[in-house]
Design a protein around this ligand. Structure first.
Ligand code: 9Z3
Length: 317
């Protein structure tokens, strides 16, 4: 049998970005996860979330980071599960996580205490204190149901090379379920990196004077993902700008270039209350009103609702 075609990006990934040792194992896990859920009639979404780290030294002391709290990815994961999807959550280590994000303002040590029986001696059973109990119970119920039904598969990355290889593995794993797969690429991914061959091994010395960096361009991974790795999947990228006037044009340009299904376009400062979902034919503005905000409505609920309907149409066609 002929070898599969190796695109230049596949070659570049192998040469310039360290391959994580567990990538094949993770790919098998993702393939099993996708096939099991698709067989049970569920659609499967890969959500990328959080920012990538780009190391400046191979024994890394310093790195460049892309900004993202992970809230968009984590909250979207919950809404996708509510909509009947199974979720592969490819996220930055220690960024916000589905369900536990709702408890992230609680200090665990303040939430726990010894039960009254052991209180005097500071021993015995540890219980959750009454102030946070209702909140924790509510989140725990949802979390445990998701765990029992095995609807969430978490995969972690920290550095850009891990993100790139794991995303490729996810795309290949989900190519087994065709159009039932969705990619929701909300992670904030670096455009620049230092190739392994040009990276100093040891800590850069400040005694050598001011530091000048020359960074290479990261290969545009969306292109092989759409064309080669998961050509039947429904693919959504995110476009982040700080200048609102160029947002729509940049989103449309991305659609023209990569020929995927939609771009969710947002501006850093207003991203919690306003996004545009841009497709080759349509532009939908999703806006939270003051009342929505008062009622704790999150914009991710609207984004996910818009995209799950579009995915259904895509599959039916
Ligand atoms: C986004 O635009 C996400 O919506 C945010 C979410 C990162 C702004 P938070 O995690 O924020 O809730 O704090 N993600 C994509 C960002 C990105 O890196 N886009 C690049 C670009 O726009 C590459 S596709 O050029």
């Amino acid at each position: 049998m002929a070898e599969p075609r190796v695109s230049t990006i596949d070659g570049k990934l192998a040469q310039e970005f360290a391959i994580p040792s567990h990538v094949e194992e993770v790919k098998d896990k993702m393939t099993d996860f996708a096939k099991r859920h698709a067989a049970e009639g569920r659609r499967v979404v890969v959500i990328t979330s959080g920012g990538t780290k780009v190391p400046l030294e191979s024994r890394t002391v310093r790195f460049l980071d892309n900004f993202s709290s992970g809230r968009r990815g984590a909250s979207s994961a919950e809404y996708f599960i509510d909509a009947g999807y199974a979720v592969i959550f490819l996220h930055r280590h220690r960024s916000l996580y589905p369900y536990t994000r709702m408890l992230s303002n609680i200090n665990m040590m303040d939430a726990l205490q010894f039960s009254s029986a052991g209180a005097a001696s500071n021993s015995g059973e540890v219980v959750v204190n009454q102030q946070v109990l209702p909140n924790i119970t509510k989140v725990l119920k949802r979390y445990q149901e998701v765990k029992e039904r095995r609807l969430l598969l978490p995969i972690e990355f920290s550095v850009l090379s891990e993100y790139l290889h794991l995303l490729r593995a996810a795309a290949q794993a989900l190519s087994t379920i065709g159009s039932k797969a969705m990619f929701y690429l909300a992670a904030a991914v670096s455009d620049f990196y230092i190739p392994a061959s040009e990276m100093p091994e040891h800590k850069i010395q400040s005694s050598n004077g001011p530091l000048q960096l020359r960074l290479n361009m990261v290969p545009k991974i969306l292109s092989p993902l759409v064309k080669d790795w998961a050509p039947q999947a429904f693919v959504i990228s995110f476009k982040l700008e700080t200048d609102a006037t160029i947002l729509l044009e940049k989103a449309q340009r991305a659609l023209d270039t990569y020929r995927h299904q939609a771009v969710v376009a947002n501006v850093l400062d207003s991203r919690r209350g306003y996004v545009m979902v841009v497709t080759p034919e349509t532009q939908a503005e999703l806006i939270l009103t003051e009342d929505d905000v008062k009622n704790d409505v999150e914009i991710e609920e609207r984004i996910v609702s818009n995209l799950t309907s579009a995915h259904k149409k895509f599959i039916d066609q």
